[in-house]
Structure formats: C-alpha cells, structure tokens
Design a protein around this ligand. Structure first.
Ligand SMILES: Cc1cc2nc3c(=O)[nH]c(=O)nc-3n(C[C@H](O)[C@H](O)[C@H](O)COP(=O)(O)OP(=O)(O)OC[C@H]3O[C@@H](n4cnc5c(N)ncnc54)[C@H](O)[C@@H]3O)c2cc1C
Length: 379
C-alpha cells in the first residue's frame, strides 16, 4: 500500500473539508441542541457527491474509491457527528446494499434518486427489540410471498434515518433458518415510523423504531438472492465498519484540535497549560492514536477497493478507531478542565457522539469476535 494519498484523493479531501467547514461545522451545535437534521447541507453536499459515495457513476453516484469514501465520512465526522452518521448510514448501509446486491431495475429506480439529493435518504433496518448482535438467532420480522408480492410483518429498532428516508432496506426471515433483504419505500401502507429516540448524543441523526404491519411490496423488491440476506448483510457491514471507523477518526481529530487550541490559550501557574507535561502527553498520545487509527481505516479501505478480503481489517479498524475516539474525546474534556464539561465548548458533544461508535454496526465485543474468528480460523 502506498502511504501517500493520491493527488486526486488529496484534492477530494480539500474540497470535502472546505464544504464541511462552510456548511456543516457551523451548524453542528445547533443540530445537537435542537435535534434538527441539517437538510440544507446534505442537499448541497449532493452536488459534491456526498450522497452517492457508494453509487457507481452510471447511476448518478460519485464513483469514488473506498479510501475517498472514508475520507468524506472522516471529514463529515470532524464537522458534525450527527450529519456524518446520517450520511454514513445512507451511503454505507442503504445505498451500498442496493448498489452491491440490487437488481438492475432496483438500482435504476432508486440509486439516481438517492444519490442526487432530489429525494430523501436511505436506511437499513436490521436490529429488532430482541436482535442486535445476534441477528441470526433473534430476527423475528417475517416476509411471506403472496402472489406477486412480499408481505412483511414485524418490528425494527434503532433505524437511523427512518424518518428522513424514502426507502428502508429490511432484513426479514423468509424461511425457518434463512433471511432476505427487501426494499420497502417509506410511503408503503402499514409501515409506521415511531417517534425519534431520545439519545445521549447524535441528536441531529434521527433514530426510530419501525413497525411493519402487513406491508406489501412487489416481489421485485427483493435485494439480492432469497435466503442470502444475512450473508449479504455481513458483507455490507464489513464496508460500513470502515465508515464508522472513519467517522470516529473525524470526531477524535476535532476533539484533538480543540484541545490543542485550548492548551495554548489557557494559563495556569504562569504558563500555558500546553507547557505542562501531563497535558503534552495526553496530546502526544492523541496525535499518535489518531494517526494509527486513520492508517488502519485507509488500509481496510485500500483492501476493499483492490477487491481483497478485508473483514478482519475492517473490524480491527472499527474496533481501534472507535475506542481511540472515546479516549481522545475524554482527554480533550480533561484538558479543558471545567469548561470541557460545559456546552459552551464542543468537546462534551464530541464525547457524547463518539460513545455510540463502539456500539453501532457491531459492538466492540462483536468486532473482537469477528477478529478472533479470522485469526483462529474458526468459521
Ligand atoms: C444511535 C443508534 C443508531 C443505530 N442505527 C442502526 C441502523 O441504522 N440499523 C440497524 O439495524 N441498527 C442500528 N442500531 C442498532 C445497533 O446496531 C445495535 O444496538 C448493536 O448492534 C448492538 O445490538 P443490541 O443493542 O441489541 O445489543 P445486544 O446484542 O443485546 O448486546 C448487549 C451487550 O452484549 C454484548 N454481546 C452480545 N453478544 C455477545 C457475544 N457473543 N460475546 C460478547 N459480548 C456480546 C454486546 O457487545 C453488548 O455489549 C443503532 C443503534 C444506535 C444506538
């Protein structure tokens, strides 16, 4: 792997950063305080390709490589965790599932709309009240074939973007032991989206329970192969984990930059706190760990774009980057002292936003399980 980003990737980072600093970061605090989704920035971001990171150009997507997709989510994370999570789920979960497994007809029908920002976003609903880490054992939502339709019944939980999505890809049981992915437009009768969940952070990224009550969609809405839904889901999650790792790097980078600035400004005992070794070491550790996590994320992305196996590397990148982000955000608060605990400064928001990253798209425990299975050759 070449450790330099290509000139195209460097230009891409510069333009995404410029966009994020202009349109996304200035609204981050408002988004956190009000829970309003930043539609304005997201719609504008479509012109840059931020809604079609995983969509091929022929369907109106950005057609960027996997490292560039990770860079975009990282830069969004540096600007606003909520907006970044919404776009990570839209790109890495919803669009990626349709692009990787959908029929030509589904791709042509949905991807141009999802990538262009003319419609709304996409969502992927896997988790249920009794099924998160253990989808195989826990998923109860059923899809039954009736004539030329699928009829879905069940209850999904924690669906990111559900209320701001045109389409939700649903994992449902289609046999005793097998599952399938089925695309459900959100205006389908019987699909009921619950109130937004009240969360610790990521307030501007709406999360909802979704009830499916005799929801009827055409048979053609099957995404991929009947009975292969779980297998397809795990493949999508490999890619999604690169996105969450990148998002965590962005959050940590933001907290680190705020801590550096504050360490130069704040004086104690006659010197800026940056002169105290205890503060320097926290910042030195942050700089080192952020760099390590970023390289792990880009390496997993590089393997992905070179069509190599990357399950272990994506899990490692997600595990390390998300746990790193929590440490870095925690220490950024410490460096700010009492002000770090105040909503006047951004680091407490970053800490709350970072907390989710070790849980969503496979908890740290599940990443360790995935890594252990790979290194011990247990399948
Ligand atoms: C803000 C937010 C957004 C989300 N967005 C989405 C979304 O868009 N779509 C979606 O489908 N889901 C989404 N989720 C759900 C998320 O993916 C799950 O919460 C996560 O996978 C964990 O599942 P669980 O909550 O059921 O926990 P459980 O699976 O019940 O786990 C509870 C605890 O047990 C541990 N554990 C479980 N099994 C094992 C094991 N074998 N060994 C060791 N430890 C284990 C877990 O790591 C965890 O610590 C979201 C969740 C949140 C909070």
């Amino acid at each position: 792997m070449n450790f330099d980003l290509t000139p195209e990737q460097q230009m891409w980072r510069a333009s995404v950063r410029e966009f994020c600093e202009r349109e996304v970061a200035p609204r981050a605090r408002h988004v956190d305080e009000t829970g309003e989704f930043n539609w304005e920035a997201v719609r504008k971001g479509a012109a840059l390709g931020l809604l079609g990171l995983n969509v091929p150009e022929e369907y109106g997507g950005a057609g960027v490589d996997a490292i560039s997709a990770a860079i975009a989510i990282e830069e969004l994370g540096r600007a606003c965790g909520s907006t970044a999570l919404a776009l990570a789920a839209h790109n890495g979960l919803a669009c990626a599932t349709i692009a990787d497994f959908g029929s030509e007809a589904l791709k042509a029908q949905w991807l141009p709309r999802l990538a262009s920002g003319q419609g709304r976003l996409g969502a992927l609903a896997l988790t249920e009240p009794g099924a998160g880490s253990d989808l195989q054992g826990g998923v109860k939502t059923r899809a039954v074939e009736e004539g030329d339709a699928w009829v879905l019944d069940g209850q999904k939980m924690w669906t990111t973007n559900a209320s701001i999505a045109d389409v939700i890809v649903v994992l449902a049981r289609t046999g005793e032991k097998s599952m399938s992915l089925i695309l459900v437009p959100t205006d389908t009768p019987g699909l009921i989206i619950g109130a937004p969940e009240k969360k610790m952070g990521l307030h501007g990224s709406p999360t909802h329970a979704v009830t499916l009550d005799k929801v009827r969609v055409p048979k053609e809405n099957l995404v991929g192969v009947k009975g292969r839904g779980l297998h397809q889901t795990l493949a999508v999650l490999d890619g999604g984990r690169i996105g969450i790792g990148a998002l965590a790097v962005g959050l940590a980078q933001s907290a680190y930059e705020a801590a550096i600035k504050y360490a130069h400004e704040r004086h104690t005992f006659g010197v800026p706190i940056a002169h105290h070794q205890a503060i320097q070491w926290m910042l030195a550790d942050a700089a080192t760990e952020i760099e390590a996590a970023r390289l792990m994320v880009y390496r997993a992305a590089w393997l992905k774009q070179n069509k190599r196996r990357y399950t272990k590397e994506a899990a490692q990148a997600k595990l390390f980057a998300t746990e790193m982000a929590e440490r870095v955000c925690r220490n950024a608060i410490q460096i700010h002292g009492g002000y770090g605990y105040s909503r006047e400064f951004p680091v407490e928001r970053l800490y709350r936003d970072a907390r989710l990253m070790t849980i969503g798209e496979g908890s740290s425990e599940i990443q360790r399980l995935v890594i252990a299975r790979q290194i011990l050759n247990l399948h």
